[in-house]
Design a protein around this ligand. Structure first.
Ligand code: HEC
Length: 140
């Protein structure tokens, strides 16, 4: 075995460590893409027809809550967005865990995903989607 100077070993270790989070995140997003099957019946990934039961999720991370002008939300989501609320990764995870705990009157008929890991994967996937849509709540 070649003798590798101790310093190079440390540098290699540092480089590998710095790459690790990105690699782990890509893996999460790939797992999340598969988990999205649970959402796909009601949510498109891109704007436009055919319209589904729920709003499209293009650019949802950073988007104002309940803000798509061509979707008829429940009042509590609309109001949350009008009050300045946006979908952060953390808030999305909380919502997906138990939608009715956050918005008791939501029409999203979904029991929730209890697993932290699955929600992390899903949110990592959602964060890869499109450009944020206009974050200004739509006038109505
Ligand atoms: C049975 C249909 C259905 C399923 C399954 C479903 N949703 Fe929804 N979702 C809805 C509906 C309907 C709304 C609109 C809620 C309202 O206005 O009360 C919604 C709203 C949302 C919103 C808010 C979007 C915005 O523009 O503010 C997010 C985010 C979301 N869903 C994510 C998910 C994710 C992620 C999954 C899968 C884990 C999922 N949903 C599964 C029907 C569904």
């Amino acid at each position: 075995m070649a003798i590798v100077p101790r310093q190079s070993v440390q540098i290699i270790a540092l480089v590998l460590l710095s790459l690790w989070p990105a690699a782990a995140r890509a893996q999460d997003a790939e797992a999340g893409r598969k988990l999205f099957r649970r959402c796909a019946a009601c949510h498109a990934l891109v704007p436009g027809p055919p319209l589904r039961a729920g709003p499209h999720l293009d650019g949802v991370v950073g988007r104002a809550i309940g803000s798509l002008s061509d979707y008829s939300y429940n009042g509590s989501l609309r109001n949350a967005g009008r009050a300045g609320g946006t979908w952060t990764e953390e808030r999305l995870s909380q919502f997906i865990a138990d939608p009715r705990a956050m918005f008791p009157d939501t029409k999203m008929n979904f029991a929730g995903i209890p697993s932290d890991q699955e929600r992390r994967d899903l949110v990592a996937f959602l964060a890869t989607l499109g450009d944020p849509a206009p974050t200004r709540p739509a006038a109505r």
